[in-house]
Design a protein around this ligand. Structure first.
Ligand code: FES
Length: 107
């Protein structure tokens, strides 16, 4: 596990999102009622960026076909998506959102 420093909490307004990219991953970050969540940015249904979706009730609605994902569990709660997306633990340190990432076995 590796803690990845991402963006400032203040850079995500309540009920909105932001994209954070590393060399290998795209993570969608969300502020839901003052709590921060991190999930895979790519929708499990097709190629759409969940960080561009609408956020409400701690869910995000995919901007392409409208499937909703629970931000806490990553579960696809409405069709057409049926598979969950990965979720990542978040922690706030000195005003920044840190995300727990699984790293390669060699790390
Ligand atoms: S690409 Fe997200 S619901 Fe189809």
């Amino acid at each position: 596990m590796k803690k990845l420093k991402t963006i400032k909490c203040a850079d995500i307004a309540e009920n909105s999102s932001a994209l954070f990219e590393t060399d290998t991953q795209q993570i969608a970050l969300f502020n839901c009622e003052g709590k921060y969540f991190a999930i895979d940015d790519m929708c499990s249904h097709a190629e759409a960026s969940l960080s561009e979706g609408e956020v409400y009730d701690c869910k995000v609605e995919c901007p392409l076909h409208g499937a909703e994902f629970d931000l806490k569990t990553g579960e696809a709660v409405t069709l057409p998506a049926t598979k969950s997306v990965n979720t990542y633990e978040t922690e706030i340190i000195d005003g920044y959102i840190y995300v727990e990432m699984v790293t390669d076995a060699q790390d």
